[in-house]
Design a protein around this ligand. Structure first.
Ligand SMILES: [Zn+2]
Length: 680
């Protein structure tokens, strides 16, 4: 968009020419572009911008048709933080038919001045499309996206920012500007867990002033993320020695590293220094509390954590630590009271809003934070309170919020199930003496809490067990006929017990359970083999399902098979489509193109639907027109509805989810980023 090579030389040359020929508008226009480039992209100063403006005015005066100068002037004014005259210049250029990448970049700057991030991104995108081979629009867009991206935020945003940073670097900015791009790209790599790439980028900056100080800090962050806490401390200390910026932050990070290295005393020391600088530093307070816990100084730890929670009630780890300490001390009374007061206060909490803390440990929505605390308390109570079920039940009426009441009710059911598990586990240990249809039903109900092996052990019931049960459970028989009858009764009990255990194993949908069912379906007699087959059918085995249906039909009970084999999950969970390149057997559902005609196709898991990259890009461009608000529409590729994804679009009659669009758009960009970072 602008000149970048040998700018000082160009400006000097033009200045000499203008001295000789002060009324040549072309020379003025050229010098305006050069001084603008120097100020915008090469650490030039305000004086450059004032010269730009002077040249723009003069060239317009000499040649009123030089509308492009209006754009250059608009840029300079926006960079000088003068939005109103900037807008007048740009609107005038636009009215006169100018539609250049530089114009859109300038509008982007203007949007940034008004803190309109969305508008800035839109304009920089347009600029990028207009000049895809220029590095400036990529750098502007990448930087804008990077400052919108946050750790733990939307992955797609981070990916896009990385892509444009990489493109800007590949297209070759000159000089120190490249270091700024490397720095931002490094931060994005840290955010997305590409630690090797982050290390490579920051290592390149360690000899480049003024980036060295920042580079050391980020190398410290990366080392800490890798668990190399000693090295992290080293980098952080170097950073501290050279910079006064964010001292309390860095000290808190050093403290956290010492805590990982099991050096609580040093951790405490660093925290105290951090808190001396910033008395409200959440991270430092949290590490201090943890260090005191590690040193066994419980009373002091409790005080620090309580103060921390007063400052940030949504700090979940601090609350969990307090509950853990109370649980260890068997302080059921405290836990019970805490639970009652958390539930009682819930209705009065605002439904949204609360503190605006962006600390990753802090939940800012008061209701969400309280729900978390309630769960933590119930967990603590389940270990200390013998009457935990009664305790939780008695809390249900303290709130009128149906959601919270349901959560409490659910946890009561869960606690009850857990209470019964030891009894059932015991039954499973000696199945020969304890088998019964009723016990089998209980095992099936509690299947998710019982390990596979325990259920498998329960399956072993032999002939001698039946005989013993016939005597033990019914008393002495009068004759052999009666005895045989009783053995028959016990055999039915045993078979019901075994069949129910097989279904319980199926319920757990584990790999080992699947193998066991296959074996039973093959080796067992017809009745139990059928139970195993039903288990396999429940796990989604379509052959098994067909056999079960046929069997049920033979007994005149086809509806039973229908009920039993109805999919357990009524809502299909969305599945991730596959990216396929160069497969001509695939045809785009919307435009009919073949796999070989496009860069890639997205294919649904079932394989029966494919949509091409070009159509998905079109969907992205027209997203606001194509979005549907109908919650019953499901993406043809993922099966997601509006309940699963943030948006679903309908393009040429084919529903397509946001995740599919993101995946396709991201594919080429990810490949570009991968190539770049692997060469670092
Ligand atoms: Zn297509």
């Amino acid at each position: 968009m602008l000149p970048h090579d040998k700018l000082d030389w160009i400006v000097d040359r033009l200045t000499r020419q203008i001295d000789q020929d002060p009324d040549d508008p072309a020379l003025r226009r050229e010098r305006a572009r050069a001084t603008l480039a120097r100020a915008w992209f090469h650490d030039g100063g305000e004086s450059d911008l004032h010269e730009t403006l002077a040249d723009v005015r003069r060239s317009l005066h000499l040649d009123s048709s030089s509308v492009e100068s209006l754009v250059v002037g608009g840029c300079a004014l926006a960079l000088l933080d003068r939005p109103e005259p900037a807008r007048r210049h740009l609107d005038e250029a636009s009215n006169q038919g100018i539609d250049s990448p530089l114009l859109h970049a300038a509008y982007g700057l203007l949007a940034e001045l008004h803190h309109d991030a969305t508008g800035a991104i839109r304009h920089f995108e347009t600029s990028c499309r207009g000049a895809p081979a220029d590095w400036e629009p990529h750098a502007l867009l990448g930087a804008r996206l990077a400052s919108a991206a946050q750790p733990g935020g939307r992955q797609r945003l981070i990916e896009r920012a990385m892509f444009h940073m990489v493109r800007a670097l590949e297209l070759g900015p000159i000089g120190p500007r490249a270091n700024a791009l490397r720095h931002t790209l490094g931060q994005l790599c840290l955010m997305s867990g590409r630690l090797d790439a982050a290390d490579a980028l920051f290592s390149q900056l360690i000899d480049a002033d003024p980036w060295r100080v920042e580079a050391r800090y980020h190398l410290g962050l990366s080392a800490a993320q890798r668990g190399k806490h000693k090295r992290a401390v080293l980098y952080f200390r170097q950073h501290l020695a050279e910079s006064d910026a964010r001292q309390s932050d860095v000290l808190a990070r050093i403290a956290a590293c010492h805590l990982h290295l099991r050096e609580p005393e040093r951790a405490r020391d660093a925290c105290t220094r951090a808190i001396a600088i910033d008395s409200n530093h959440l991270g430092a307070r949290w590490v201090l509390g943890s260090a005191l816990v590690a040193e066994g100084r419980d009373d002091e730890a409790k005080r620090v954590l309580r103060e921390l929670l007063e400052q940030a009630p949504g700090h979940a780890p601090a609350f969990a630590e307090l509950v853990r300490m109370r649980t260890l001390n068997n302080d059921a009374r405290w836990l019970r009271q805490a639970l009652r007061s958390e539930v009682a206060v819930f209705d009065r909490l605002p439904a949204a809003g609360g503190s605006t803390s962006r600390h990753p440990d802090v939940t800012s929505e008061p209701r969400t934070a309280t729900r978390e605390r309630i769960k933590t308390l119930i967990k603590g109570l389940s270990r200390t309170d013998n009457e935990v079920i009664t305790t939780v039940m008695s809390c249900i009426d303290l709130t009128t919020d149906e959601g919270l009441r349901f959560t409490l009710w659910e946890s009561v059911l869960d606690l009850m199930a857990r209470e019964r598990v030891p009894k059932v586990a015991k039954t499973l240990q000696e199945p020969g003496a304890t088998f019964s249809a009723a016990a089998g039903r209980e095992a099936l109900l509690l299947a998710e809490h019982i390990p596979d092996e325990a259920l498998a052990t329960g399956l072993t019931v032999g002939e001698e067990d039946l005989l013993r049960a016939a005597v033990d459970r019914h008393g002495p028989a009068d004759d052999v006929v009666e005895l045989r009858q009783r053995v028959g009764l016990e055999r039915r009990e045993a078979r019901a017990w075994q069949a129910l255990l097989l279904l319980a194993i199926a319920q757990r949908s584990s790999n080992s359970g699947h193998t066991l069912l296959l074996r039973w379906a093959q080796d067992a007699d017809e009745e139990l083999g059928f139970a195993a087959l039903t288990g396999l059918a429940l796990l989604g085995d379509s052959d098994a399902a067909a056999q079960v249906r046929a069997h049920a039909k033979a007994f005149g009970l086809p509806h039973l098979a229908d009920i039993a084999l109805r999919p357990r999950q009524l809502m299909g969970t969305p599945s991730r489509p596959t990216i396929v390149s160069d497969d001509d057997t695939l045809q785009c559902r919307t435009c009919g193109k073949r796999g070989g005609q496009v860069s890639h196709m997205l294919r649904s898991v079932s394989g029966d639907v494919a949509v091409c990259a070009e159509c998905l890009t079109k969907v992205a461009r027209q997203r606001s027109d194509l979005a549907t608000s109908d919650p019953t529409v499901r993406c043809a590729l993922t099966g997601a509805s509006l309940l699963d994804d943030e948006a679903v679009y309908v393009y040429m009659g084919v529903p397509i989810s946001q995740a599919s669009v993101d995946q396709s758009l991201g594919a080429d960009e990810r490949a570009t980023v991968d190539r770049f970072v692997s060469a670092l």
